[in-house]
Design a protein around this ligand. Structure first.
Ligand code: SF4
Ligand code: SF4
Length: 85
C-alpha cells in the first residue's frame, strides 16, 4: 500500500516524501541521560512525541531534517528515510 503523502507527492509531481527514522539504540534516552532536543526543537507540531522517555516519530513528520543535526547523541540517532509505503 502507498502512503497518502506519497500519493499526494506523485499527484503534485514533487520529490518523494521522507520522514525521520529514529535509532532508539543510539538515542541518549536508551542510556542514563535524558534528552528531548528533537521533540523540543521540531517546528512541526505533533511530528515527534515523547512516549514515556522515548521520542517516537509520528505521521505528521514532514522530513524537514531540522532535528537531525541537533541530536547530541555520540552516534546520531536520527536520519532521513523515504516515507514508509
Ligand atoms: S524531520 Fe522535521 S518534522 Fe520530522 S521530526 Fe524532525 S524536525 Fe520534526
Ligand atoms: S535529540 Fe537525539 S538523543 Fe535527544 S531524544 Fe532526540 S534522538 Fe534521542
Amino acid at each position: 500500500m502507498t502512503s497518502r503523502r506519497a500519493l499526494l507527492a506523485w499527484w503534485a509531481d514533487e520529490d518523494p516524501p521522507a520522514r525521520v527514522t529514529l535509532d532508539r539504540s543510539a538515542c541518549l534516552n536508551s542510556f542514563a541521560d535524558f534528552c528531548a532536543t528533537c521533540v523540543e526543537r521540531c517546528p512541526v507540531e505533533g511530528a515527534i512525541l515523547l512516549v514515556g522517555r522515548h521520542p517516537v516519530v509520528q505521521e505528521a513528520c514532514t522530513g524537514c531534517g531540522v532535528c537531525i543535526p541537533l541530536c547530541p547523541a555520540p552516534k546520531r540517532a536520527l536520519s532521513l528515510s523515504p516515507d514508509p509505503p
